[in-house]
Design a protein around this ligand. Structure first.
Ligand SMILES: Cc1cc2nc3c(=O)[nH]c(=O)nc-3n(C[C@H](O)[C@H](O)[C@H](O)COP(=O)(O)O)c2cc1C
Ligand SMILES: [Mn+2]
Length: 477
């Protein structure tokens, strides 16, 4: 059964011994960031901070900071192999599951207006030392509606605290929130918006996934959790928010107001530029559950929970895109490793069927939305497990000849945050394709068992099956 809210997920993590409750007093300024960093680096448990200096409210971090916990969020066993998690995710996202609107929900247990509003009552850490402020919005979802249609969009767009009732927001015009904003700008009207924090884990996963324009991320979360998400109407607008959210902020993003926002420790692992005047979100109403749990996360140098989520979602979306979208045959799996920032690198395993097959795969991937920030694509044969980087690196030295298989495309597209690019060329990148595959054109040889490449020196499947079956007998732990 799907998790009904953040609390039931935290309980499940405790049962799986995937949760540490931090009872010691910790400082939100310069201590939580270090504790979370060390825990992420050690692939440690999710963290529930119960005693934050100056605060009563607890903070939860790291619910999906490992592939094992991502599997748990999907209702899969924690040790599910990565390839299976991606396969499961790609089949669940094929069809959205429509959300259900309900009359009320736990998020309405407390409702505050006007002078009672104060977001600093929630224990928002300073996530990275050089951040321009405390980021309230890191593992939330920011909800807006297209003024022309019924398209409700929910994405994670960073939100910095300016004041007790004002947050900064970074809304890129090529992201869905930016598209909505441009329409409101044309209409000359402020854009209603809502922020929900502390959610069933599939909602932020869906909100951070680059689904297509027009897709309602709550319906995708429903598909991922295999049960409709329950939504409830806001107090001050017609927007819908998850009924079981711990905290909801309602308000609007005016079209003309700007305040200095940033810098922010970014997903590429570096700070992203100077503070700039950016739009704001003015809060009109705050609703929250009794004894709310605040939820946030650390961005910055990989691997963080954002990288784990994009690693899986981009792998799944790209597999579907190459297979169904482009009709390319032979795709075993696609893997965007979290260690490359989630977005930065892709490995594709393919069974080659025709000349140029492996390069076509790379070109198709680079032209997709998922390929927007990819710097390197590695294509391997289908006997290589793309999720096992040990095997991938082996293929790059045994099947790749650089002059044959390394192809550099110049002036491609990447994130403006890529620190390797000169400042005047930000957004452009050279992309490297590595075809670490057996050359398609080689002829079979008798000494290679009539294959096109020397056989791999590894025990046969029969031998391996036999020893697997008898493993306990050998007494090897
Ligand atoms: C912690 C975190 C912060 C993010 N901040 C931003 C941001 O400020 N602006 C942005 O455009 N995308 C940001 N993203 C990435 C978006 O969530 C992601 O691209 C998502 O697909 C956007 O939703 P959309 O496709 O509905 O526009 C952030 C992601 C995470 C995990
Ligand atoms: Mn969207």
């Amino acid at each position: 059964m799907a998790f009904q809210d953040l609390r039931s997920f935290i309980d499940a993590l405790a049962q799986e011994k995937e949760l540490a409750i931090v009872e010691a007093e910790v400082d939100w300024r310069d201590e939580i960031q270090g504790i979370v960093r060390k825990t992420f680096d050690d692939k440690g448990p999710a963290l529930l901070f119960k005693n934050i200096k100056d605060y009563q409210t607890p903070l939860f971090v790291g619910g999906v900071a490992t592939y094992d916990r991502f599997a748990l969020a999907l209702g899969l066993p924690s040790k599910t192999p990565l390839e299976e998690i991606v396969q499961e995710f790609s089949s669940r996202i094929v069809k959205p599951l429509k959300s259900k609107t309900v009359d009320s929900g736990p998020c309405k247990e407390n409702i505050l207006f006007e002078k009672d509003i104060d977001v600093t009552r929630f224990p928002v850490p300073l996530w990275n030392e050089m951040d321009g402020g405390r980021y309230f919005g890191t593992w939330h979802t920011l909800i807006t509606q297209d003024p022309d249609t019924d398209w409700l969009n929910a994405g994670i767009y960073r939100m910095m605290i300016h004041d007790r009732n004002k947050l900064g927001v970074l809304l890129a015009y090529d992201q869905h929130i930016g598209m909505h904003y441009l329409k409101y700008k044309k209409l000359g009207k402020a854009m209603p918006a809502a922020v929900a924090v502390g959610l069933d884990p599939t909602i932020p996963i869906a909100a951070a996934t680059p689904f297509d324009q027009g897709v309602n991320e709550f319906d995708m979360a429903g598909a991922i959790r295999r049960e409709p998400v329950e939504l409830v109407k806001c107090e001050t607008s017609d927007l819908l928010v998850p009924a079981s959210a711990e905290i909801v902020l309602e308000g609007e993003i005016p079209i003309d107001e700007r305040t200095l926002e940033g810098p922010f420790g970014e997903w590429v692992g570096h700070y992203g530029g100077k503070a700039r005047p950016r739009p704001v979100f003015n809060i009109k109403c705050v609703t929250f559950r009794n004894d709310p749990i605040y939820r946030g996360t650390l961005e910055g140098k990989p691997i963080n929970e954002d990288h784990i989520c994009t690693s899986i979602s981009l792998s799944a979306l790209t597999k579907n895109f190459l297979t169904e979208g482009c009709g390319i045959q032979g795709i075993r799996s696609v893997f965007f490793p979290a260690c490359a920032g989630g977005w930065g690198m892709a490995v594709v395993a393919v069974k080659q069927h025709y000349p140029g097959h492996s390069r076509r795969v790379a070109h198709a991937l680079l032209g997709s939305k998922m390929g927007a920030f990819v710097k390197n694509v590695i294509v391997v044969d289908d006997d290589i497990n793309p999720f096992n980087l040990d095997e991938v690196w082996w293929a790059t030295v045994t099947r790749l000849q650089a002059s044959r298989g390394v192809n550099i495309l110049t002036r491609g597209k990447t994130a403006v945050l890529d620190p390797s690019q000169t400042s005047d060329m930000r957004g452009f990148t050279d992309t490297m394709i590595m075809e670490a595959v057996k050359p398609y054109e080689w002829k079979p040889r008798p000494e290679w068992n009539n294959e096109r490449f020397p056989p791999v020196a590894y025990p046969s499947e029969e031998v391996m099956k036999k020893v697997e079956k008898n493993w306990v007998k050998y007494g090897i732990k």
